[in-house]
Design a protein around this ligand. Structure first.
Ligand SMILES: [Zn+2]
Ligand SMILES: [Zn+2]
Length: 328
Protein backbone atom coordinates (compact mmCIF):
# COMPACT_ATOMS: atom_id res chain seq x y z
CA UNK A 1 0.00 0.00 0.00
CA UNK A 2 2.84 2.33 0.92
CA UNK A 3 4.47 1.69 -2.42
CA UNK A 4 1.26 2.38 -4.29
CA UNK A 5 0.63 5.62 -2.37
CA UNK A 6 4.13 6.88 -2.98
CA UNK A 7 3.74 5.99 -6.68
CA UNK A 8 0.58 8.07 -6.72
CA UNK A 9 2.44 10.93 -5.08
CA UNK A 10 5.23 10.74 -7.65
CA UNK A 11 2.68 10.61 -10.45
CA UNK A 12 0.87 13.64 -9.06
CA UNK A 13 4.14 15.55 -8.64
CA UNK A 14 5.19 14.73 -12.21
CA UNK A 15 1.81 15.87 -13.45
CA UNK A 16 2.24 19.21 -11.73
CA UNK A 17 5.80 19.65 -13.01
CA UNK A 18 4.81 18.60 -16.53
CA UNK A 19 1.98 21.12 -16.59
CA UNK A 20 4.49 23.93 -16.04
CA UNK A 21 6.55 22.78 -18.98
CA UNK A 22 4.07 21.53 -21.56
CA UNK A 23 0.67 22.96 -20.72
CA UNK A 24 -2.48 21.26 -19.36
CA UNK A 25 -2.61 18.20 -21.67
CA UNK A 26 0.49 16.65 -20.15
CA UNK A 27 -1.37 16.26 -16.85
CA UNK A 28 -3.74 13.80 -18.56
CA UNK A 29 -0.82 11.77 -19.90
CA UNK A 30 0.48 11.33 -16.38
CA UNK A 31 -2.67 9.61 -15.03
CA UNK A 32 -1.01 6.35 -14.17
CA UNK A 33 -2.94 3.22 -15.15
CA UNK A 34 -2.12 0.41 -12.77
CA UNK A 35 -2.82 -2.65 -14.92
CA UNK A 36 -3.17 -4.98 -11.97
CA UNK A 37 -5.96 -6.52 -9.88
CA UNK A 38 -6.80 -7.19 -6.29
CA UNK A 39 -4.56 -9.85 -4.71
CA UNK A 40 -5.61 -13.28 -5.98
CA UNK A 41 -7.32 -14.91 -3.05
CA UNK A 42 -10.89 -15.41 -1.92
CA UNK A 43 -12.03 -16.83 1.41
CA UNK A 44 -15.12 -18.76 2.26
CA UNK A 45 -16.28 -20.51 5.41
CA UNK A 46 -17.36 -24.16 5.21
CA UNK A 47 -18.58 -25.10 8.70
CA UNK A 48 -15.54 -24.55 10.91
CA UNK A 49 -13.13 -24.65 7.98
CA UNK A 50 -11.79 -21.54 6.34
CA UNK A 51 -11.14 -22.25 2.67
CA UNK A 52 -9.10 -19.81 0.59
CA UNK A 53 -9.03 -20.01 -3.19
CA UNK A 54 -5.54 -19.09 -4.41
CA UNK A 55 -5.25 -17.67 -7.92
CA UNK A 56 -2.46 -19.11 -10.05
CA UNK A 57 -3.28 -17.64 -13.47
CA UNK A 58 -5.66 -17.71 -16.40
CA UNK A 59 -5.64 -19.15 -19.88
CA UNK A 60 -7.92 -20.25 -22.70
CA UNK A 61 -8.90 -23.87 -23.24
CA UNK A 62 -8.19 -24.81 -26.85
CA UNK A 63 -11.35 -26.14 -28.57
CA UNK A 64 -9.17 -28.82 -30.20
CA UNK A 65 -8.61 -30.26 -26.73
CA UNK A 66 -12.29 -31.29 -26.56
CA UNK A 67 -13.53 -34.69 -27.73
CA UNK A 68 -17.13 -35.25 -28.75
CA UNK A 69 -19.36 -35.92 -31.70
CA UNK A 70 -18.55 -33.88 -34.80
CA UNK A 71 -21.83 -31.98 -34.47
CA UNK A 72 -21.09 -31.10 -30.84
CA UNK A 73 -17.54 -29.92 -31.52
CA UNK A 74 -18.69 -27.93 -34.59
CA UNK A 75 -21.26 -26.30 -32.30
CA UNK A 76 -18.52 -25.35 -29.83
CA UNK A 77 -16.52 -23.79 -32.68
CA UNK A 78 -19.50 -21.73 -33.76
CA UNK A 79 -20.31 -20.62 -30.20
CA UNK A 80 -16.67 -19.67 -29.66
CA UNK A 81 -16.77 -17.53 -32.78
CA UNK A 82 -19.70 -15.58 -31.30
CA UNK A 83 -18.25 -15.50 -27.77
CA UNK A 84 -14.45 -15.70 -27.89
CA UNK A 85 -14.24 -15.98 -24.08
CA UNK A 86 -16.47 -19.01 -23.62
CA UNK A 87 -13.52 -21.36 -23.05
CA UNK A 88 -11.56 -19.03 -20.75
CA UNK A 89 -10.25 -20.95 -17.78
CA UNK A 90 -8.40 -20.29 -14.56
CA UNK A 91 -5.86 -22.27 -12.63
CA UNK A 92 -6.42 -22.30 -8.90
CA UNK A 93 -5.19 -24.01 -5.76
CA UNK A 94 -7.06 -24.03 -2.45
CA UNK A 95 -5.97 -23.65 1.14
CA UNK A 96 -7.99 -25.35 3.87
CA UNK A 97 -7.34 -23.98 7.34
CA UNK A 98 -8.84 -26.47 9.78
CA UNK A 99 -7.80 -24.42 12.78
CA UNK A 100 -5.11 -27.02 13.47
CA UNK A 101 -3.53 -27.64 10.09
CA UNK A 102 -2.90 -25.77 6.87
CA UNK A 103 -3.73 -27.99 3.93
CA UNK A 104 -3.15 -27.03 0.31
CA UNK A 105 -5.25 -28.83 -2.30
CA UNK A 106 -3.45 -28.63 -5.66
CA UNK A 107 -0.64 -26.18 -6.14
CA UNK A 108 -1.16 -24.48 -9.49
CA UNK A 109 1.22 -24.67 -12.43
CA UNK A 110 4.26 -22.85 -11.13
CA UNK A 111 6.65 -22.52 -14.04
CA UNK A 112 5.83 -25.95 -15.49
CA UNK A 113 2.76 -25.11 -17.60
CA UNK A 114 1.20 -22.06 -19.25
CA UNK A 115 4.25 -20.38 -20.75
CA UNK A 116 4.70 -17.91 -17.87
CA UNK A 117 1.02 -16.94 -17.62
CA UNK A 118 0.65 -18.87 -14.36
CA UNK A 119 2.67 -19.48 -11.24
CA UNK A 120 1.14 -16.83 -9.01
CA UNK A 121 -0.10 -19.22 -6.30
CA UNK A 122 2.74 -18.68 -3.83
CA UNK A 123 2.25 -14.91 -4.12
CA UNK A 124 -1.51 -15.30 -3.65
CA UNK A 125 -0.82 -17.40 -0.54
CA UNK A 126 1.41 -14.67 0.90
CA UNK A 127 -1.23 -12.03 0.10
CA UNK A 128 -3.71 -14.18 2.03
CA UNK A 129 -1.49 -13.98 5.11
CA UNK A 130 0.46 -17.25 5.01
CA UNK A 131 3.94 -18.34 4.04
CA UNK A 132 4.80 -21.48 2.01
CA UNK A 133 6.81 -22.74 5.02
CA UNK A 134 3.61 -22.89 7.09
CA UNK A 135 1.87 -25.44 4.86
CA UNK A 136 1.60 -28.80 6.67
CA UNK A 137 0.00 -30.99 4.02
CA UNK A 138 -0.53 -30.87 0.26
CA UNK A 139 -3.26 -33.06 -1.24
CA UNK A 140 -2.92 -33.38 -5.00
CA UNK A 141 -5.81 -34.44 -7.23
CA UNK A 142 -3.43 -35.73 -9.91
CA UNK A 143 0.05 -35.20 -11.28
CA UNK A 144 -0.60 -33.01 -14.33
CA UNK A 145 1.77 -30.07 -14.12
CA UNK A 146 -1.02 -27.46 -13.95
CA UNK A 147 -1.93 -28.96 -10.54
CA UNK A 148 1.49 -29.80 -9.09
CA UNK A 149 3.90 -27.44 -10.89
CA UNK A 150 3.66 -24.98 -8.01
CA UNK A 151 5.25 -27.54 -5.67
CA UNK A 152 8.77 -27.31 -7.07
CA UNK A 153 11.04 -24.73 -8.69
CA UNK A 154 12.76 -25.40 -12.02
CA UNK A 155 16.04 -25.96 -10.17
CA UNK A 156 14.47 -28.70 -8.05
CA UNK A 157 13.72 -26.92 -4.77
CA UNK A 158 10.61 -27.63 -2.69
CA UNK A 159 8.35 -24.56 -2.56
CA UNK A 160 6.61 -26.01 0.55
CA UNK A 161 9.60 -27.33 2.49
CA UNK A 162 7.66 -28.51 5.55
CA UNK A 163 4.71 -30.08 3.76
CA UNK A 164 3.91 -33.76 3.39
CA UNK A 165 2.49 -34.38 -0.08
CA UNK A 166 -0.25 -36.99 -0.58
CA UNK A 167 -1.27 -38.52 -3.92
CA UNK A 168 -3.06 -41.71 -5.00
CA UNK A 169 -0.69 -44.66 -5.41
CA UNK A 170 -2.12 -45.44 -8.87
CA UNK A 171 -1.33 -41.87 -9.90
CA UNK A 172 2.18 -41.83 -8.49
CA UNK A 173 3.01 -45.28 -9.88
CA UNK A 174 1.83 -44.27 -13.36
CA UNK A 175 3.56 -40.93 -13.85
CA UNK A 176 6.75 -41.82 -11.98
CA UNK A 177 7.32 -45.08 -13.84
CA UNK A 178 10.25 -44.90 -16.29
CA UNK A 179 8.85 -47.99 -18.08
CA UNK A 180 5.41 -46.44 -18.68
CA UNK A 181 7.00 -43.12 -19.66
CA UNK A 182 9.23 -44.89 -22.21
CA UNK A 183 6.18 -46.41 -23.92
CA UNK A 184 4.02 -43.27 -23.83
CA UNK A 185 3.33 -41.26 -26.99
CA UNK A 186 5.64 -38.33 -27.69
CA UNK A 187 2.90 -35.77 -26.91
CA UNK A 188 2.55 -37.18 -23.40
CA UNK A 189 6.27 -37.22 -22.61
CA UNK A 190 6.39 -33.70 -21.10
CA UNK A 191 3.74 -34.71 -18.52
CA UNK A 192 5.89 -37.63 -17.35
CA UNK A 193 9.05 -35.53 -17.27
CA UNK A 194 7.44 -32.72 -15.27
CA UNK A 195 5.75 -35.11 -12.81
CA UNK A 196 9.07 -36.82 -12.13
CA UNK A 197 11.00 -33.57 -11.70
CA UNK A 198 8.31 -32.05 -9.47
CA UNK A 199 8.05 -35.13 -7.22
CA UNK A 200 11.79 -35.79 -6.95
CA UNK A 201 12.75 -33.38 -4.12
CA UNK A 202 9.76 -34.47 -1.99
CA UNK A 203 10.61 -38.15 -2.50
CA UNK A 204 14.22 -37.43 -1.56
CA UNK A 205 13.09 -35.65 1.62
CA UNK A 206 10.72 -38.47 2.61
CA UNK A 207 7.75 -36.12 2.12
CA UNK A 208 6.00 -37.96 -0.76
CA UNK A 209 3.20 -40.24 0.44
CA UNK A 210 0.73 -42.39 -1.47
CA UNK A 211 -2.68 -43.78 -0.53
CA UNK A 212 -4.47 -46.70 -2.12
CA UNK A 213 -7.75 -47.00 -0.27
CA UNK A 214 -9.69 -44.82 2.07
CA UNK A 215 -7.05 -44.46 4.75
CA UNK A 216 -7.49 -41.41 6.98
CA UNK A 217 -5.14 -38.54 6.17
CA UNK A 218 -6.97 -35.55 7.63
CA UNK A 219 -9.87 -35.51 10.11
CA UNK A 220 -13.17 -34.75 8.39
CA UNK A 221 -11.82 -35.39 4.87
CA UNK A 222 -12.82 -38.26 2.60
CA UNK A 223 -11.00 -39.47 -0.47
CA UNK A 224 -13.25 -39.57 -3.53
CA UNK A 225 -11.76 -41.73 -6.31
CA UNK A 226 -12.54 -40.04 -9.65
CA UNK A 227 -10.51 -42.12 -12.08
CA UNK A 228 -10.59 -41.54 -15.82
CA UNK A 229 -8.88 -38.21 -16.35
CA UNK A 230 -5.76 -39.88 -14.99
CA UNK A 231 -5.30 -43.34 -13.40
CA UNK A 232 -5.39 -42.11 -9.80
CA UNK A 233 -7.34 -38.87 -10.19
CA UNK A 234 -8.84 -38.21 -6.74
CA UNK A 235 -11.20 -35.68 -5.25
CA UNK A 236 -11.05 -34.56 -1.62
CA UNK A 237 -14.30 -33.95 0.20
CA UNK A 238 -14.25 -32.07 3.49
CA UNK A 239 -17.26 -31.84 5.78
CA UNK A 240 -17.74 -29.66 8.79
CA UNK A 241 -20.92 -28.92 10.71
CA UNK A 242 -23.11 -30.39 7.97
CA UNK A 243 -21.46 -28.39 5.18
CA UNK A 244 -19.41 -30.00 2.45
CA UNK A 245 -16.85 -28.94 -0.09
CA UNK A 246 -15.46 -31.16 -2.84
CA UNK A 247 -12.12 -30.37 -4.48
CA UNK A 248 -12.81 -32.06 -7.80
CA UNK A 249 -9.58 -31.61 -9.77
CA UNK A 250 -10.17 -31.97 -13.51
CA UNK A 251 -13.77 -33.25 -13.55
CA UNK A 252 -14.60 -30.27 -15.76
CA UNK A 253 -12.26 -28.19 -17.92
CA UNK A 254 -14.71 -26.30 -20.14
CA UNK A 255 -17.62 -25.51 -17.87
CA UNK A 256 -19.81 -24.01 -20.59
CA UNK A 257 -19.55 -27.18 -22.65
CA UNK A 258 -19.12 -30.12 -20.27
CA UNK A 259 -21.86 -29.26 -17.76
CA UNK A 260 -24.55 -29.22 -20.43
CA UNK A 261 -22.87 -32.15 -22.22
CA UNK A 262 -21.04 -34.29 -19.65
CA UNK A 263 -20.17 -36.85 -22.36
CA UNK A 264 -17.70 -34.40 -23.93
CA UNK A 265 -14.19 -35.29 -22.79
CA UNK A 266 -10.78 -33.65 -22.97
CA UNK A 267 -7.87 -35.09 -24.93
CA UNK A 268 -5.93 -35.12 -21.65
CA UNK A 269 -8.35 -37.70 -20.22
CA UNK A 270 -6.25 -40.85 -20.31
CA UNK A 271 -9.31 -43.13 -20.18
CA UNK A 272 -11.97 -41.25 -22.16
CA UNK A 273 -14.79 -43.67 -21.35
CA UNK A 274 -14.05 -43.73 -17.63
CA UNK A 275 -13.65 -39.93 -17.50
CA UNK A 276 -17.11 -39.42 -19.04
CA UNK A 277 -18.67 -42.10 -16.80
CA UNK A 278 -17.14 -40.58 -13.66
CA UNK A 279 -18.53 -37.17 -14.59
CA UNK A 280 -21.98 -38.61 -15.40
CA UNK A 281 -22.08 -40.27 -11.96
CA UNK A 282 -20.74 -37.37 -9.96
CA UNK A 283 -22.69 -34.41 -11.33
CA UNK A 284 -26.21 -35.58 -10.29
CA UNK A 285 -25.05 -36.19 -6.72
CA UNK A 286 -23.40 -32.79 -6.44
CA UNK A 287 -26.47 -31.03 -7.82
CA UNK A 288 -28.86 -32.83 -5.47
CA UNK A 289 -26.70 -32.64 -2.33
CA UNK A 290 -25.83 -28.97 -2.75
CA UNK A 291 -22.12 -29.60 -2.25
CA UNK A 292 -19.82 -26.60 -2.66
CA UNK A 293 -17.37 -27.33 -5.48
CA UNK A 294 -13.80 -26.15 -5.71
CA UNK A 295 -12.85 -26.59 -9.38
CA UNK A 296 -9.34 -25.44 -10.29
CA UNK A 297 -10.28 -24.49 -13.86
CA UNK A 298 -13.60 -22.75 -13.12
CA UNK A 299 -13.40 -18.97 -13.40
CA UNK A 300 -11.91 -17.40 -10.28
CA UNK A 301 -12.62 -17.78 -7.39
CA UNK A 302 -13.29 -21.24 -8.81
CA UNK A 303 -15.97 -21.99 -6.21
CA UNK A 304 -19.60 -22.69 -6.98
CA UNK A 305 -22.49 -25.12 -6.99
CA UNK A 306 -24.24 -27.18 -9.63
CA UNK A 307 -27.85 -26.67 -10.62
CA UNK A 308 -29.88 -29.04 -12.76
CA UNK A 309 -30.68 -27.33 -16.05
CA UNK A 310 -32.48 -29.12 -18.86
CA UNK A 311 -30.71 -32.38 -19.60
CA UNK A 312 -27.48 -31.06 -18.06
CA UNK A 313 -26.26 -28.69 -15.37
CA UNK A 314 -25.38 -25.07 -14.91
CA UNK A 315 -22.72 -23.51 -12.72
CA UNK A 316 -23.80 -21.17 -9.94
CA UNK A 317 -20.56 -19.37 -9.15
CA UNK A 318 -19.73 -17.79 -5.84
CA UNK A 319 -19.43 -14.09 -6.46
CA UNK A 320 -17.32 -11.59 -4.59
CA UNK A 321 -18.70 -10.26 -1.37
CA UNK A 322 -17.15 -8.90 1.79
CA UNK A 323 -20.18 -9.92 3.85
CA UNK A 324 -18.91 -12.69 6.10
CA UNK A 325 -21.99 -14.90 6.19
CA UNK A 326 -21.24 -18.19 7.95
CA UNK A 327 -24.03 -19.96 6.06
CA UNK A 328 -23.45 -19.06 2.41
ZN1 LIG B 1 -5.35 -32.75 -15.56
ZN1 LIG C 1 -5.99 -29.35 -14.99
Amino acid sequence: MLKRNSMRFVAALMAVLASFVAGPNAALDAALQHRDQAPGFYRVKVGDLEVTALFDGTGAFDPHWLNGTKARIDGVGKALHEDPHMLDVADTGFLVNTGKQLILVDAGAGTWWGGGAMGRLAGSLRSAGYTPEEIDIVLVTHLHSDHVGGLTTQDGKRVFPNADVFVAKAESDFWLSPEIAAKAPKDAQPFFQSAQAIAAPYIKAGKWHTFSGSEPIVDGMQLVPLAGHTPGHTGYEFSSKGQEILFWGDIVHALRVQLQHPEVTAIFDIDQTAAAATRQQLLPRLASEDVLIAGPHMNFPALGRLRKEGSGYSWAPMVFTDQWDENR
